[in-house]
Design a protein around this ligand. Structure first.
Ligand code: PLP
Length: 394
C-alpha cells in the first residue's frame, strides 16, 4: 500500500525517534533513573498559570459558538491581539489580516511552502537544521538545498550562501534561536544576508522569501535580543508557535505573520489561507486560539532552562568537550571527539547516555543534547559524560 516515496523516507526518517526507542530498551534494563536521555526536544515544563486559567475560563464559560468552524485564518480578535503585540514589541504596522493562526510552527511551515512552491523550486536550509524541513519542502514539490553554517559560530556563512543561491531559489528557512545549536543569529549577520538576497533577486529577477521559523523566540538567556526579521527582510514571513513558549506542544497552536512590506501581500495572504484550508487544517484549534489570545504576555520561566544550560555547558567544557555557548532554545551541540558522530553516539550508549548524532541535522561531527529534562538527570549524567570523554583521551 505504501508509496515508494514514503517507504524510502521511513527508512531514514529520524535519528531522534531511533534514539528514543533505544532509550526505552535501556530504561527497561537499567531503570529510568540510570538512563540519561537527552534525545527529545519535548519541554518538561508545565504551562504558565495564565494558560491554565484561560483553559478553565473557556471550558466553563458560556461563549456560545466557540467550537464551530470559523474563518480559515482563525478568530479575528485573536489575530488582532497578536498583531497588536507584535507592533508594540517591534514597532511594526501589522493588522489582523497579516496573521494566520496555524497548527503549530510545523503546520505554518507546510502552509507557507505549499503556497509558494512551484515544482523543483529550491529552498535553502542552513545546516545544522531541524530535520523535518527537508520533508516539509519535499511535501510541496520543492528541492531542499542544504548550506553549511560556519561551524565555529553556527551563524550563516555568506560566502557559502553566495555560491548556493541559484535562479531557482524561492525561499530560505532561517531558525534562530536554533534547533539544534541554540545559537541566535546576530543582527549584523542577518543584515548582510539581506544584502546578499537583494543582490541575488536583482541578478535573477526573482523574489526570495525569508521564512523565519521562531518557535524558540521566548527561550533566550542573558538578555539576548532576537533581531526583528520583518524589519530586516522585505520579503519575509515569521512562523511562530506557542509549543515552547507556553509549553503546550501537544495543543498544536501557532501563527504565520506576513510582512506588510511585501508587494501585493494580500495575494500571498489569500494563498496562505487557501493552503491552510486545503491542506486539511481548515482552521487552527479553536479553543487554544482563544487561550493563547488571553495569555500573550505569559511565557515559561526560562531561569530553570538557564540553570541547566550553565551547569551542563560548564561541566562539558571542564571535561574537554568543545561547544558554542548557546543563547537560546534548550539544546547544546558539542563537537564529537571523533569525526564519526554516529560511532560516538553508539559509544555514549555504553554509559546510558542518549544523544542525537549531528548527521541527523545535516552536520556530522557533532551531537545534540536536549536539556529539557529534570536537573537531577543532568547532574547525574556528568560522570557518564566524563567516562565517554575518557575513551578519547590519549
Ligand atoms: N521548528 C523547529 C526548529 C522546531 O524545533 C520545532 C519543534 O521542535 C518545530 C518547528 C515544530 O514546532 P511546533 O510544535 O510548533 O509545530
Amino acid at each position: 500500500m505504501l508509496s515508494q516515496n514514503i517507504s524510502s523516507k521511513l527508512a531514514k526518517s529520524s535519528w531522534i525517534r531511533a534514539m528514543f526507542e533505544e532509550g526505552e530498551k535501556l530504561r527497561k534494563r537499567y531503570g529510568a533513573d540510570n538512563v540519561y536521555d537527552f534525545s527529545l526536544g519535548n519541554p518538561d515544563y508545565e504551562p504558565p498559570t495564565e494558560v491554565k486559567g484561560a483553559l478553565k475560563k473557556y471550558a466553563c464559560g458560556n461563549d456560545l459558538g466557540l467550537h464551530r468552524y470559523m474563518s480559515n485564518a482563525g478568530y479575528p480578535d485573536v489575530r488582532e491581539k497578536i498583531a497588536k503585540k507584535m507592533n508594540e514589541e517591534g514597532n511594526l504596522s501589522l493588522t489582523s489580516n497579516n496573521i494566520i493562526m496555524t497548527s503549530g510552527a510545523a503546520g505554518g511551515l507546510n502552509v507557507v511552502l505549499k503556497a509558494i512552491l512551484n515544482p523543483d523550486d529550491e529552498v535553502v536550509v542552513l545546516a545544522p537544521f531541524f530535520v523535518e524541513y527537508l520533508f516539509y519542502i519535499e511535501n510541496h514539490g520543492g528541492k531542499p538545498v542544504t548550506v553549511p553554517t560556519d561551524v565555529t559560530t553556527f551563524e550563516p556563512s555568506l560566502e557559502t550562501l553566495e555560491q548556493s543561491i541559484t535562479a531557482k531559489c524561492k525561499a530560505i528557512i532561517i531558525n534562530s534561536p536554533n534547533n539544534p545549536t541554540g545559537v541566535i543569529y546576530s543582527e549584523e549577520k542577518l543584515r548582510q544576508l539581506a544584502t546578499l538576497l537583494e543582490s541575488k533577486e536583482k541578478q535573477f529577477s526573482s523574489k526570495i522569501l525569508v521564512i523565519s521559523d521562531e518557535p524558540y523566540s521566548k527561550i533566550v538567556y542573558d538578555n539576548a535580543k532576537i533581531p526583528n526579521i520583518l524589519k530586516i527582510f522585505k520579503h519575509s514571513v515569521i512562523v511562530n508557535s506557542y509549543s515552547k513558549s507556553l509549553a503546550i506542544p501537544g495543543e498544536r497552536i501557532g501563527y504565520i505573520a506576513v510582512n506588510p512590506a511585501i508587494e501585493n501581500a494580500e495575494l500571498l495572504i489569500n494563498g496562505l489561507i487557501f493552503s491552510h484550508r486545503t491542506l486539511g487544517f481548515v482552521n487552527a484549534p479553536a479553543l487554544f486560539q482563544k487561550i493563547v489570545g488571553d495569555a500573550l504576555d505569559a511565557a515559561v520561566n526560562t531561569d530553570e532552562y538557564k540553570r541547566r544550560r550553565d551547569y551542563l555547558y560548564n561541566h562539558l567544557i571542564e571535561l574537554g568537550y568543545s561547544c558554542v555557548k548557546p543563547q537560546g532554545a534548550f539544546y547544546l551541540f558539542p563537537k564529537t571527539f571523533i569525526p564519526d558522530d554516529i560511532e560516538f553516539t553508539k559509544r555514549a550508549l555504553k554509559y546510558n547516555l542518549l544523544l542525537v548524532p549531528g548527521s541527523g541535522f545535516g552536520c556530522p561531527g557533532f551531537v545534540r543534547i536536549a536539556y529539557c529534562v529534570d536537573f537531577a538527570t543532568i547532574k547525574n549524567s556528568i560522570p557518564a559524560f566524563e567516562k565517554l570523554a575518557g575513551e578519547f583521551r590519549q
